[in-house]
Design a protein around this ligand. Structure first.
Ligand code: FAD
Length: 488
C-alpha cells in the first residue's frame, strides 16, 4: 500500500523535511509508492487575509517543489482544493482511501485551527483502523512547549528560554541533524496515479491577484521562490552581511539583516540546515561564542522558536486575543482618518510613513520599523492593535502568526518615532528613500519637518501635518490602558 506526505504552507521543501523523510522511509520499508499532497484552501487565505505577495510566493514555491519531486524523485504532488474551512480532514481521508494509502505523514502546525483539523483527521483515522496518521515536529530545532523552568512550567521569559536553548543544542548537536530524502528514485507512483488526481498548481484566486503584472514581477524579483534561492540568500548573508549584523541590525537604511523571513515562515528553508551552515561558518563553535554577528543573528532565530512556544502555551494568541488578556478590555478609538493615513504612510510622522510605504511597496518591513509603526497605531492613534496585525497579514510576504501576534502584543511601551529615527536612521536616508516628498529636506528637519521647518517651507513639500500630537496622544494611551486594565 502507499504512503502519503501532506505538505502544509510551512514546509514547502523536499530538503531536510522530517515528515517527508519519515514517509519516504515508510514507503521503502513497505514497498509501496510515496505520494505527496498539498491542500489548497482559498477560504483559509481569505480568513487569514494572506497577502497577494505571500499567496503567489507559496504557489511559485510549490511549482518548484513539484518539478523537483516529480522529475528527480518520481514523487507526484497531488493538489486538492478545500471548498470550505471545515471539511479538510474528510477531503484528505477520501484522497487517502482512493489512493490505497496506509500511512499519512505531515509536519505539525501549532495554531488552534490547524490543530483542530489534525485532531479531526486523527479521529477519522482511528475509525478506519487500517490507516495511520503521524505528525512530526519540523518547524523548530526545539519542540515548542518543551523547554521548562526549574519549577516545571514552560519558559515564558525569553532570556531564560534562550539560555536553555543554547545549553540544550550544545549538549545535543544531533538536534541539527538533517533528514534528507534518500538517494535514488522512489518507486514510481507517477504512472499508476496520474489519472486519479490533479497535480496542476492552482491559479491565484481573484481576490489575491496583484494590482498589475509589473507589481508581480517586482515582488518576485525581490523574493525569488524556492529552496535554492533561500539557501543562496543565506550563503550571501554569511559572506556579505553578518559581520555588520550585531552592531548595525537596527539601522533601517543600512539593513544588514538576512531577509530570510519569507523562507522561514513558509518552511522553504529548513531551520536546521540554516543553523548547520551558520555553525560551520562559526568554525563549529556553539551559538553563544565566536563571531558576534552569528551570536546576535542566532538569537533572533531563537526568538522565532520562543514565539512558537508562546503560541503553544497560550493558544488564545492564535484566536485573535492578546497574550495579556487584560488588553482585550481596552476601549479603542474609532478614527477612520487616522487609520487611512497609517495604512497609506501619510501620518505626517516621517519614520512611521517610511515604514508603511516600505511595507506597501516591498511586502516587507524592517524590524525596527515594524516595532515603531505598531506602537504608533496602538498607542498614538489608539486604534485596536488587531487592525494593524491584520493589515500586516494582508501585506507581508513573510506573515507568520506566532511572530506577528507576538510583535503586535499590546504593552505600555510607546516608541517616540522622532528619537527612534534619529537613532536608527541617523542621516535620514531611509526616510528620504521611502518618502520622496522629503527627499530634499536637509539635516535633522527630515525627522519632523512640520516642527523643524518654517510654515511656508513645510507646506511647499506637499507632506501632511501630523494627525495627532505625540506627547498628548501618548498620555491619552497610557491613561486609557490604565483605566481599562484596572477594570478588567
Ligand atoms: P533577520 O534579522 O535576518 O532574522 C533572521 C530570522 O529570525 C528572521 O527571518 C525571523 O524568522 C527571525 N526573527 C528575526 N527577528 C524576529 C523577531 N523580532 N521575532 C521573531 N522572529 C524573528 N516576523 C515574521 O517572520 N513574520 C511576521 O509576520 C512578523 N510580524 C512582525 C510584526 C511586528 C509588529 C514586529 C515588531 C515584528 C514582526 N516580525 C515578523 C519579526 C521581525 O520583524 C521579522 O522576522 C524580521 O524583520 C524579518 O527580517 P529578516 O528575515 O531580515 O530578519
Amino acid at each position: 500500500r502507499n504512503v502519503l506526505h501532506w505538505f502544509r504552507s510551512k514546509d514547502i521543501r523536499q530538503e531536510d523535511n522530517k515528515g517527508l523523510h519519515a514517509a519516504s522511509q515508510k514507503a521503502r520499508e513497505g514497498g509501496g509508492s510515496l505520494i505527496s499532497m498539498y491542500l489548497f484552501s482559498p477560504k483559509d487565505m481569505e480568513w487569514h487575509g494572506t497577502s497577494p505577495a505571500r499567496s503567489d510566493y507559496i504557489l511559485e514555491s510549490l511549482r518548484i517543489l513539484k518539478s523537483q519531486l516529480e522529475e528527480k524523485k518520481n514523487i507526484p504532488l497531488a493538489i486538492l482544493t478545500a471548498e470550505g474551512r471545515g471539511n479538510k480532514a474528510a477531503k484528505v481521508m477520501q484522497f487517502a482511501k482512493e489512493n490505497d494509502v496506509s500511512h499519512i505523514y505531515a509536519n505539525m502546525e501549532y495554531e488552534v485551527d490547524e490543530l483542530r483539523r489534525d485532531v479531526d483527521l486523527a479521529k477519522k483515522v482511528q475509525e478506519e483502523k487500517d490507516i495511520s496518521f503521524d505528525v512530526l515536529h519540523d518547524q523548530t530545532v526545539i519542540v515548542p512547549g518543551s523547554l521548562h523552568t526549574g519549577a516545571g512550567g514552560p519558559h515564558k521569559v525569553f532570556t531564560r528560554y534562550y539560555n536553555d536553548w543554547l545549553g540544550v543544542t550544545k549538549k545535543d548537536p544531533s538536534l541539527l541533524d538533517t533528514c534528507p530524502l534518500p538517494e535514488g528514485n522512489e518507486k514510481s507512483a507517477k504512472q499508476a496515479h496520474q489519472k486519479l488526481f490533479d497535480t496542476t498548481i492552482p491559479e491565484l484566486p481573484e481576490s489575491k491577484q496583484f494590482g498589475s503584472d509589473e507589481e508581480r514581477d517586482r515582488i518576485r524579483k525581490l523574493w525569488p521562490a524556492g529552496n535554492k534561492a533561500g539557501m543562496q540568500r543565506h550563503a550571501d548573508f554569511l559572506k556579505q552581511k553578518i559581520a555588520d549584523y550585531a552592531t548595525h541590525r537596527s539601522e533601517a537604511a543600512r539593513d544588514p539583516s538576512s531577509r530570510l523571513s519569507p523562507y522561514f515562515s513558509s518552511g522553504i528553508v529548513s531551520v536546521r540546515e540554516i543553523l548547520r551552515n551558520t555553525k560551520k561558518f562559526n568554525k563549529d563553535k556553539n551559538f553563544d561564542v565566536g563571531d558576534v554577528g552569528v551570536v546576535s543573528w542566532v538569537r533572533e532565530i531563537v526568538f522565532r522558536e520562543f514565539y512558537r512556544q508562546v503560541t503553544v502555551i497560550t493558544p488564545h494568541t492564535s484566536m485573535n486575543l492578546p497574550q495579556n488578556l487584560k488588553f482585550d478590555f481596552v476601549q479603542w478609538e474609532d478614527d477612520e482618518e487616522g487609520w487611512k493615513q497609517w495604512c497609506e504612510g501619510r501620518t505626517g510622522v516621517p519614520f512611521i510613513d517610511a515604514g508603511m510605504r516600505q511595507l506597501n511597496a516591498e511586502a516587507y518591513m524592517h524590524n525596527r520599523l515594524r516595532m515603531n509603526t505598531a506602537s504608533y497605531l496602538r498607542a498614538n492613534l489608539l486604534l485596536d492593535y488587531r487592525l494593524g496585525e491584520r493589515y500586516f497579514a494582508e501585506h507581508l510576504i513573510d506573515w507568520d502568526l506566532s511572530n506577528n501576534t507576538q510583535g503586535w502584543e499590546p504593552s505600555y511601551t510607546v516608541f517616540n518615532p522622532v528619537t527612534q529615527a534619529e537613532k536608527h536612521d541617523k542621516n535620514g536616508d531611509f526616510i528620504r528613500k521611502w518618502v520622496p516628498e522629503l527627499a530634499g529636506v536637509e539635516g535633522k528637519a527630515v525627522f519632523m519637518p512640520s516642527e523643524r521647518l518654517g510654515k511656508e517651507e513645510f507646506e511647499r513639500l506637499g507632506y501632511p501635518y501630523p494627525h495627532v500630537d505625540f506627547k498628548e496622544s501618548t498620555q491619552r494611551a497610557k491613561a486609557r490602558y490604565k483605566r481599562d486594565l484596572a477594570d478588567a
